[in-house]
Design a protein around this ligand. Structure first.
Ligand code: GLN
Length: 547
């Protein structure tokens, strides 16, 4: 039966709770334990699928087709454990479950209340799969004191109370501000935050404190005394040069030891940190640098393409080079020639996206990459744009476009080389959609198999002709254009098993031009870089030697 670690935050948001949870998961694995990480988010959206990446960062898709919080991406990148739909829940989902049960009459005429009905629903969620792992780490989004977070805090309090003694611990993440004038790290906000937590019945076992420097012994003792934790359970989280140093840094600070002590696991199994030592070594001893342009729409908020940025870093680690990724707003290329902007890069990546805005610019970026023989990686929308570019300029479909744009504009302006998929097969089931379906959770989502063409570049890169990758899209490249495009050298090298849906295209006569309908970035890890990203960066390194 799993032991539970509940991770909460206080003082301010954005302290890196997700990262701390992920790093702790990795450290427990290094000690030989199995783990699963979960995120409980207080917002009212049923899932992040309908939230703008501008506001909430990227949507992380699981194999089983859930649209989840980007913290699940951190969890996977640090532990390698594939996230599931049941690893992410929001207040919106909890309430919608409760209300559905109420409408069905499941509560037998009772008055429905936050306690016990909502809290019970949360506790049932936390318990899912508890028999499968040694440790279940549950992170609560937001900070203690937020109105909408209260049912979650109450639920984890009850949960720990109902479990046997010693089966649950609480870890609280806070900030120690540095006051320059007096040269002091201040503990008061942390004291207040713990007081808030204790007022709702939760006493933290471990304090993780973000601070600019080390925590002096005096402050450590003060925190221990006022917050009622052991001095060894006050863990400093200092700013790091890269997130992948977090497991080693937290280990040096004694986080995993403090957790095992809190559970009274003794003697503690010795950790094997070689995986993370190798990762740190690859980062610190990288030689040279390649520059990659990411031509997209959401260029203001780095979190919007979080997994892509990380996967590029992993690709760099595979080749022992640093990857400098620069975000370029695709709309610029609708007004200006892309050449002067793109010439200084060794590779171009066009990521996923929704809606028409910026697409003509992405098509121009694809054209630049194709004609100038610069490595090009098109992901989802980036693949669709590459196909439209080829259809317009290499075949006679001069007005090639996507139905996605015509839907928005109303009326038909393009020949739909990319069309709205209404019917497909998932496992043994047929799935159908109409253009007016609700927006949430209605795309082609999650892992689907693809068959790769023998001898193609992608088959070589993957080292196999059978793959599965995660999807999140509504539109598909129309195979009616396949013959004409292949005649011009755009090979359809990956297809759905039934042969109807193009999964991968590649230009045969090009050093590296690959478009994929899926999101390979979601499965890349620092200790296991995704083969497409590793090879893309290898091609960028080659390019950097040429220019
Ligand atoms: N908007 C495109 C579609 O729905 C691409 C989606 C994506 O890039 N994730 O097919």
């Amino acid at each position: 039966m799993a032991r539970f670690i509940f991770i909460t935050g206080g003082v301010v948001s954005s302290l890196g709770k997700g990262l701390a949870s992920a790093a702790l998961g990795a450290l427990l694995q290094a000690r030989g334990f199995t783990v699963r990480l979960r995120k409980l988010d207080p917002y009212l959206n049923v899932d992040p699928g309908t939230m703008s990446p501008f506001e909430h960062g990227e949507v992380f898709v699981t194999d089983d087709g859930a649209e989840t919080d980007l913290d699940l991406g951190h969890y996977e990148r640090f532990t390698g454990v594939a996230a599931r739909a049941t690893d992410s829940v929001s207040s919106g989902r909890i309430y919608s479950n409760v209300l559905e049960k109420e409408r069905r009459g499941d509560y037998l005429g009772k008055t429905i209340q936050v306690i016990p009905h909502v809290t019970d629903e949360i506790k049932d969620f936390i318990r899912i799969g508890e028999e499968e792992v040694d440790f279940m780490l549950c992170e609560i989004g937001g900070t203690v004191g937020d109105i909408e977070g209260l049912p979650f805090f109450e639920a984890i309090r009850q949960f720990a109370q109902e479990k046997e003694r010693g089966q649950c611990i609480f870890m609280h993440l806070t900030l120690l501000p540095w006051i320059k004038a007096s040269g002091e790290l201040k503990t008061k906000p942390t004291q207040h935050s713990v007081k808030e937590l204790r007022s709702i019945g939760i006493a933290p076992d471990i304090l993780v404190c973000r601070a600019e420097g080390p925590i002096p012994q005096k402050e450590r003792e003060k925190l221990a005394l006022f917050c009622n934790v052991r001095p060894e359970a006050v863990i400093a989280a200092q700013d790091l040069a890269t997130i992948y140093e977090a497991p080693l840094a937290y280990h040096r600070e004694g986080l995993d030891q403090a957790v095992l002590d809190a559970f009274r696991i003794s003697p503690a199994p010795r950790p094997d940190l070689s995986r993370w030592e190798d990762v740190a070594d690859r980062i610190h001893r990288a030689e040279g640098e390649v520059r990659v342009a990411i031509v997209g729409k959401y260029t203001d908020l780095e979190d919007a393409y979080k997994s892509i940025a990380e996967a590029l870093t992993h690709g760099g680690m595979a080749n022992r080079v640093r990857v400098k990724a620069e975000w370029i707003d695709a709309e610029i290329f609708e007004r200006e020639d892309p050449a002067p902007h793109l010439e200084r890069f060794h590779a171009i990546l066009v990521p996923g996206g929704f809606g028409e805005r910026g697409t003509e610019g992405k098509i121009r970026a694809a054209e630049f990459a194709r004609t100038r023989k610069v490595p090009y990686f098109g992901i989802c929308l980036g693949m669709q744009m590459a196909v439209i570019e080829a259809a317009r300029h290499l075949t006679d479909v001069a007005d090639a476009g996507s139905e996605e744009f015509d839907h928005e504009a109303g009326g038909r302006r393009f020949t739909p080389v990319v069309y709205h998929l209404r019917e497909w097969v998932q496992g043994n089931e047929k799935v159908t959609r109409t253009p007016t379906d609700a927006k949430g959770g209605t795309m082609r989502l999650g892992a689907y198999d693809a068959h790769l063409k023998e001898g193609s570049r992608v088959a070589q890169i993957y080292g196999t002709t059978r793959i599965d990758e995660r999807h999140r899209h509504r539109y598909e490249v129309d195979i009616r254009y396949r013959a004409a495009l292949e005649e011009q050298g755009l090979v359809f090298s990956g297809m759905s098993p039934d042969g109807r849906l193009p999964e991968i295209v590649e230009h045969a006569d090009h050093p590296w031009f690959i478009g994929v309908q899926f999101h390979p970035e979601l499965k890349s890890k620092p200790f296991a870089p995704h083969p497409l990203f590793a090879d893309f960066i290898r091609a960028a390194v080659e390019m950097s030697r040429l220019v």
